[in-house]
Write a protein that binds this ligand. Structure first.
Ligand code: NAI
Ligand code: MG
Length: 344
């Protein structure tokens, strides 16, 4: 049988890096079931063309025909646009992809310059401030804007369980819970308590050590001594910020992959956005997308294919001959892809 992969390049450099990931998957040959790709629309451009950012058809095909998917990046505007809502945020909800898993690993650290980073950020993907319940009223102090922050026991428990599961599979088996419950004692308190309760609830993970850190000092520590972190679990917004920050430690956002995972579906997605500053120049780093494909395959149990992609990418980075400008190289997306395909 085949492996049906939905491809949603969406906007900007997504259109450049997702095709690269596709080629890398094809190059795996018989290490995975024969891939079949289904091209799907979503994003800002789709919205400007059709009036919907996430067509119903895209969701339906993902649900009914695809085994997994790869998503590129959307160019969401920073201003409020009537009728527009970020398709990636919506897709995570529609497909109940409750965990965003982002490994950040430094390859070939230069001694004394780059610290050795090897951590996974496990970000809750469905709630927190990203439920997007915002409102504005005219108050006594002028305009007044409010947002609801939702934390539930169910979502905290399942993200906690995913984080413990990932930590238990690693050599250091160390989990750090990120929160700010000194200030937000009810919402972050619930998150913290619930995650802490996972071992007792499941009777598992007794070999995982648990630490916790307030989100602000966690960022500080991430820059000072990233080696203290192994697996970090966080509510949605903190997880978003921490993983971008961690990306800076290893050189470029263009290296960092993620998966959006639920119980029934997995969608790979580079952590970066649509990068309008380099869009169309053919110099976007395809590595985050290739690694996202690897993570997706690994999640589905295709370990051999996933390992091959990771090893090929690591070799290309270590050799340093073919690197895009974000890594201070002069190569194009195509040249980096060709180098990876050469290793495969
Ligand atoms: P960004 O991640 O697009 O870019 C930040 C910086 O990193 C830019 O200088 C960019 O050139 C560079 N960069 C990112 N990916 C790269 C790659 N693969 N190769 C080389 N350089 C790379 O973040 P920014 O500029 O804040 O957002 C731009 C747009 O992307 C916005 O419309 C935002 O809404 C959207 N966005 C979408 C996301 C998604 O689809 N999940 C996530 C983050 C932002
Ligand atoms: Mg982000």
């Amino acid at each position: 049988s085949s492996l049906k992969i939905g491809l949603i390049p969406a906007d900007g450099i997504g259109k450049e890096v997702i095709p690269a990931a596709r080629q890398a998957i094809v190059a795996l040959g018989s290490d995975i079931p024969k891939p079949e790709f289904i091209n799907l629309h979503a994003g800002w451009e789709t919205f400007t063309r059709t009036g919907v950012a996430l067509p119903h058809e895209t969701v339906e095909i993902l649900k009914s025909e695809c085994d997994c998917a790869l998503f590129g990046s959307v160019s969401s505007p920073s201003r409020k646009v009537t009728g527009y809502s970020s398709p990636i945020v919506q897709l995570r909800k529609e497909l109940d992809l409750y965990a965003n898993v982002r490994p950040v690993v430094s390859v070939a650290p230069n001694a004394g310059e780059q610290p050795a980073v090897d951590l996974i950020v496990v970000r809750e993907n469905t709630e927190c401030l990203y439920v997007k319940q915002e409102q504005q009223i005219d108050g006594p102090n002028g305009k007044e804007a409010r947002a609801t922050r939702l934390i539930t026991e169910r979502a905290s428990r399942r993200i906690g369980q995913m984080a413990f599961e990932l930590a238990a599979a690693r050599s250091r088996k160390h989990l750090t819970i990120i929160h700010k419950s000194n200030v937000l004692s009810i919402t972050d308190g619930l998150f913290r308590e619930t995650v802490r309760g996972v071992p007792a609830l499941t009777g598992k993970y007794s070999d995982v050590t648990i630490a916790e850190q307030l989100v602000d000092s966690a960022v500080y520590r991430l820059f000072r001594e990233p080696e203290v972190f192994d697996v970090m679990v966080a509510p949605n917004l903190y997880g978003d910020i921490i993983s971008d920050a961690a990306a800076a430690l290893v050189g470029s956002l263009g290296l960092i992959p993620s998966i959006n995972a639920g119980d029934d579906f997995v969608m790979g997605e580079p952590v970066h956005g649509s990068a309008p500053d380099i869009e169309g120049k053919g110099i976007a780093n395809p590595i985050a997308s290739i690694r996202s494909a690897a993570l997706m395959l690994r999640h589905l149990g295709y370990t051999k294919g996933a390992d091959r992609l990771d090893v090929a990418v690591d070799q290309v980075i270590r050799e340093g001959r073919y690197l895009t400008p974000d890594l201070k190289g002069t190569s194009t997306t195509q040249e980096v892809l060709d180098a990876v395909l050469g290793k495969l």
